[in-house]
Design a protein around this ligand. Structure first.
Ligand code: ADP
Ligand code: MG
Ligand code: MG
Length: 252
């Protein structure tokens, strides 16, 4: 079973410290939600864990099944099973979705054990059907001209095909209408397994009606300041963040 442990993680962007000591432990089968006001470092946490070059880790550790991921190159992290569905997926002209996905899958396999084209297409089309995506999206350039909702579905398609061990979803709900939200959430829920942990970053409690978290954490000013169960998300939805600030004596 999977285990992901973040210990006292600190990270800076352009010389400014954003993450001020994050501690988190995610076990296989668990869904952890991180909520928090805008600009508190939620996306920075995701980027730092994935090895985005703009985000400099200045302290702490992160281990996936005993392996120190912060020591790894970006592609090694992906091979180790880290996956991020991004808040703003990038568009890549000249690379089709299918080509991108197939090389991503093969990059995780041993040489000589690459997935066959036929098997890949069968898998991809099966998952696209689950996500109610038109199979024409396979042959379009990666995310180019995709609507916000189509991009998010495409991120979930990647997740399903790559079969990661630690999934980070950064505001996967932003820009989704209610039908797309349901489809994307069903896709995520179908991927729940003892071998996989989830970190779901969201601004809104709404998503957590569909993807039910085991733990909810509140991030403020680069720290996790409060943790609880799903009831914490409901209280934040009803009352906002002010009571957390008052309780903890946070001044901003
Ligand atoms: P959240 O996802 O919680 O809304 P972010 O992690 O995106 O917050 O941002 C946290 C802080 O770091 C903000 O003050 C933001 O302006 C800053 N920041 C994040 N990414 C960058 C970047 N690439 N360049 C400059 N500042 C950044
Ligand atoms: Mg934001
Ligand atoms: Mg963000």
């Amino acid at each position: 079973s999977t285990q992901f442990i973040i210990n006292d993680l600190k990270a800076s962007v352009e010389g400014k410290e954003i993450l001020k000591g994050i501690n988190l432990e995610i076990k296989g089968g668990e869904i952890h939600a991180i909520m928090g006001p805008n600009g508190t470092g939620k996306s920075t946490l995701a980027s730092a864990l994935m090895g985005h070059p703009k985000y400099e880790v200045t302290g702490g550790t992160a281990h996936l099944n005993g392996e120190d991921i912060l020591e790894m190159e970006v592609d090694e992290r992906a091979r180790a099973g880290m996956f991020l569905a991004m808040q703003y997926p990038s568009e890549i002209t000249g690379v089709t979705n299918a080509d991108f996905l197939r090389s991503a899958i093969n990059a995780r396999r041993e040489e000589g054990n690459e997935i066959s084209l036929i098997k890949f297409i069968r898998q991809m089309e099966g998952k696209m059907k689950e996500l109610e995506m038109n199979t024409e999206f396979a042959h379009r350039y990666l995310n180019e001209g995709f609507s916000g909702g189509e991009k998010k579905r495409n991120e979930i398609l990647q997740m399903m095909l790559l079969d990661p061990k630690l999934v980070i979803l950064d505001e996967i709900d932003s820009g989704l209408d209610i039908d797309a939200l349901r489809i994307v959430s069903n896709g995520v829920n179908a991927m729940r397994s003892e071998d996989r942990g989830f970190l779901v970053i969201t601004h809104y409690q709404r998503l957590l009606n569909y993807i039910k978290p085991d733990f909810v954490h509140v991030m403020m000013q680069g720290r996790i300041v409060k943790s609880g169960g799903p009831e914490l998300a409901e209280r934040l939805e009803n009352e906002g963040y002010d009571w957390v600030k008052e309780e903890l004596g946070i001044v901003d």
